[in-house]
Design a binder for this molecule. Structure first.
Ligand SMILES: *[C@@H]1O[C@H](CO)[C@@H](O)[C@H](O)[C@H]1NC(C)=O
Ligand SMILES: *[C@@H]1O[C@H](CO)[C@@H](O)[C@H](O)[C@H]1NC(C)=O
Ligand SMILES: *[C@@H]1O[C@H](CO)[C@@H](O)[C@H](O)[C@H]1NC(C)=O
Ligand SMILES: *[C@@H]1O[C@H](CO)[C@@H](O)[C@H](O)[C@H]1NC(C)=O
Ligand SMILES: [Zn+2]
Length: 304
């Protein structure tokens, strides 16, 4: 058990186990832990110039034709995975046979784990925001360059880690594909608890997405201490549906290492500091040309 915890700590944030950092929501009168604004005092990289998450301003993103669709390997493979409550999140381990390439990435990357960021009851919970909008939840799938064997090694390379981010959006209908994950979160209520999910497919999480070709790309960092600036971020435009009931269950099941409810587990957005966010799509061209066509038609009919 403790070795699983240690490995998870190492995976999620190499120096986590030595520092006392916390999220904003944990910083209360009776618990003076170090919230996001104070992370920098123990983890200097958190004060860097290419930190994550960020707010994406869609009218400022730049089209990059090299951002072709990501190639997913092993995403439909059936596997047994382990979920661990690491004290500030639930980490889902992934086998290295899950890989991504293409999409303008400099090489192949193999998966390590995925985890979720969420808020509190009916509140926002994503880390990245789009035009100031914060989604209720965001999943991060973390991959490292194939030639590295640990996250620590990959962190030494400014493009060593490739993280995929997917937003969740409240839908009136339940997303049944998520239930295996939701049930598993209920079995890891306390810090250090871990459980297996049998017969899991990463595709289950993403099956409701029809179209992976629309995404944003920028150079950033880990969003938890030690905030290493080694991550190529890919944020998909199409959100994953989840019902409000499902979100409520997710948010209420787990506890932080302090024993308080694990809510609002996201880092607030940071400055772009001159970075460019790229997009795989030139512009909503189809929509624009439709509007133009419509306007032309109206114009023509009014002339007649
Ligand atoms: C998953 O675990 C079950 C039960 O322990 C085992 O029978 C099965 O072979 C495992 N599947 C994989 C893909 O490892
Ligand atoms: C990090 O990179 C430096 C220079 O390339 C190298 O000397 C060092 O061994 C690397 N550290 C790790 C942990 O890979
Ligand atoms: C979960 O962790 C708690 C507190 O450490 C422990 O008492 C409990 O037995 C654990 N449960 C499982 C299923 O490991
Ligand atoms: C995916 O969506 C984009 C717009 O977001 C569209 O241009 C593209 O044709 C779609 N691709 C497929 C395969 O549906
Ligand atoms: Zn994350």
């Amino acid at each position: 058990m403790s070795s699983t915890l240690l490995i998870s700590c190492l995976l999620l944030a190499p120096y986590l186990c030595s520092g006392q950092w916390c999220y904003e929501s944990q910083n209360t009168c009776d618990d003076k832990c170090k919230g996001p604004r104070q992370w920098v005092s123990d983890f200097p990289a958190c004060g860097g110039q290419r930190q994550s998450p960020i707010n994406i301003i869609t009218r400022k993103v730049q089209y990059d034709p090299s951002l072709t669709p990501i190639m997913f390997e092993g995403y439909t493979e059936v596997m047994n995975i382990t979920v661990t409550n690491v004290g500030y999140a639930a980490a889902f381990s992934l086998p290295r046979s899950v890989r991504i390439s293409g999409g303008g990435l400099p090489g192949k990357y193999k998966a390590l784990q995925f985890h979720l960021h969420w808020g509190s009851d009916c509140g926002p919970g994503s880390e990245h925001t789009v035009d100031g909008e914060q989604y209720p939840m965001e999943v991060h799938i973390v991959h490292i360059k194939e030639e590295y064997s640990t996250l620590k090694e990959a962190m030494n390379d400014s493009v060593g880690v490739a993280a995929l981010g997917f937003f969740f959006e409240v839908s009136p209908r339940e997303n049944k594909q998520l239930n295996k994950i939701i049930d598993a979160l209920g079995r890891v209520r306390y810090n250090g608890n871990s459980t297996d999910i049998r017969g899991f497919q990463l595709g289950d999480l993403l099956i409701s997405l029809e179209n992976f070709s629309g995404y944003y790309r920028y150079a950033g960092s880990l969003t938890t201490p030690s905030c290493d600036e080694a991550i190529i971020w890919t944020l998909f435009k199409q959100p994953i549906p989840v019902s409000q009931d499902q979100l409520n269950i997710i948010i209420r099941q787990m506890l932080f290492s302090t024993g308080k409810p694990m809510i609002d587990i996201f880092r607030p957005v940071l400055n772009l500091n001159g970075r460019t966010v790229y997009t795989s799509h030139a512009c909503p061209c189809v929509l624009l040309s439709l509007i133009t066509l419509l306007l032309c038609l109206i114009f023509v009919f009014e002339l007649i």
